[in-house]
Design a protein around this ligand. Structure first.
Ligand SMILES: [Zn+2]
Length: 432
């Protein structure tokens, strides 16, 4: 074995009677997950990591991001109102000034942050409403450059509307031909509800013809009558795309009539459509036109989960025209998600950890994801004893392993104290 991780706590339990497991890695694969790997193996291993009873998880996965806009904060100006519409307008101002070199450099810098946070798979939308397809070329280049350590999946995203923006559908088709993986859309931004529904039909038929996955920005609105998710589910069902289609945001569901939702959620489940909420962005962008009470705007996460729909939390934005904050930390995303959704129970909090790990991995269709023999050797050692503590502390990533190689290390979080009669340090964990 090349690498052995000893005394690991796993997010989803162990063989009965054992508090920890050892994980053996060889040639980029996990080959053993056992209570005790023989210590004689240590001599042959290139490296041995002692997790010391801390949580070892498969890496974080972000199912919804915009890497073409990330780290562009302040270019050419900041979003003064902080609203979605000023963000879209600002992105429109920035687009003509984008250069491929700057796009690639910002995206690579973000991927460095991601790796350090144990975030090793990202689905990024890339705007195709630009004749030059500059961002598409740039992110395809980034995808090639990060492939040795990070899985980047790209969505052809017609930001200004596939019908509303001249030439957008042709550009989207060109982007797919160039190697972009997933078909995107934005039905609520088309001119009418009817155009929105037509865009969903058109894009789902194109995806079915090409055998591709679909991920649409869908109903990112506080309008309870924005019901494109219904059309997306129906088209998915009609075209037999079950398990390959995702509705991102779905914020209008927050404001929908409960009786209508009682029909809608089973329809989403029946069509195998998965859902992505973006808690940091939804809580800041939605409900902007409200006085008080002010709606939270995030979609109905616990209800969708209870119905058996796969739900992930995405980061969406980091330091871009829409959002000035963030650092690629999916634990921060989960932390906000559980607060907004009031998912503070034990099982609910664990479900929020799954929403930034196993659930998005399923949505992306990642192969070999997990901590089990045969899985890809991608993992993160967290400075926390379980998923709940990891979220509470936004725990340090003590070690990040990608393709069987340690790619990042971080010291544990400690503060030293100089108080008379008190301990010399704290680590913010509960010790009894
Ligand atoms: Zn988005």
């Amino acid at each position: 074995m090349d690498l052995i991780v000893r005394r690991a706590v796993l997010a989803h339990g162990h063989p009965a009677g054992h508090a920890t497991v050892d994980i053996g890695i060889e040639s980029g694969r996990i080959v053993a997950v056992e209570p005790h790997i023989d210590t004689q193996a240590d001599a042959q291993a290139r490296e041995v990591i002692d997790a010391g009873g801390m949580l070892v998880s498969a890496p974080f996965v972000d199912a919804h991001f915009h890497m073409d806009a990330t780290l562009s904060y302040g270019l050419p100006r900041v979003n003064a109102s902080g609203t979605l519409l000023e963000g879209i307008a600002l992105w429109g101002e920035l687009k003509p000034h984008l250069t491929q070199e700057a796009l690639v450099e910002r995206a690579l810098q973000y991927c460095d942050w991601a790796v350090a946070r144990g975030l090793l798979a990202i689905r990024s939308h890339v705007d195709v409403c630009d004749e030059r397809l500059l961002a598409v070329e740039a992110l395809l280049e980034v995808k090639r450059r990060v492939a040795p350590y990070l899985d980047l999946q790209l969505v052809a995203f017609p930001q200004d509307g596939v019908l509303r923006s001249p030439g957008a559908f042709d550009n989207l088709k060109r982007a797919i031909a160039m190697g972009v993986d997933v078909v995107g859309g934005i039905p609520h931004f088309e001119r009418t509800m009817a155009d929105g529904a037509e865009s969903v039909r058109l894009l789902c038929e194109f995806a079915a013809e090409k055998g591709l996955r679909v991920d649409m920005h869908c109903d990112e609105s506080d309008d309870p009558l924005s019901r494109h998710i219904e059309t997306l589910a129906a088209q998915t069902h009609r075209l037999g795309l079950h398990g390959r289609v995702t509705g991102s945001h779905l914020t209008s569901m927050h404001s929908m009539d409960n009786y209508y939702v009682s029909k809608l959620i089973p329809l989403i489940r029946e069509s195998g459509v998965s859902a992505i909420a973006n808690p940091l962005i939804n809580i800041t962008l939605q409900g902007r036109a409200d006085t008080y009470p002010k709606r939270r705007g995030m979609t109905r996460v616990p209800e969708l989960m209870a119905a058996g729909v796969t739900v992930a939390f995405g980061h969406d934005c980091v330091m871009d025209p829409w959002y000035s904050f963030g650092s690629g930390d999916m634990l921060e995303v989960a932390h906000m998600g559980l607060h907004v959704a009031q998912m503070t129970g034990v099982d609910a909090t664990r479900a929020c950890f799954d929403a930034v790990t196993v659930n998005p991995a399923q949505i992306l269709g990642l192969e070999g994801y997990g901590i089990a023999p045969g899985c890809a050797a991608n993992l993160v050692v967290l400075d926390a004893r379980d998923p709940i503590e990891a979220i509470r502390l936004r725990a340090a990533r003590l070690a990040v392993v990608s393709r069987g190689r340690v790619v990042s290390r971080q010291p544990p979080q400690r503060a030293s104290l100089t108080l008379d009669g008190r301990p010399g340090s704290v680590d913010f964990k509960l010790h009894r």
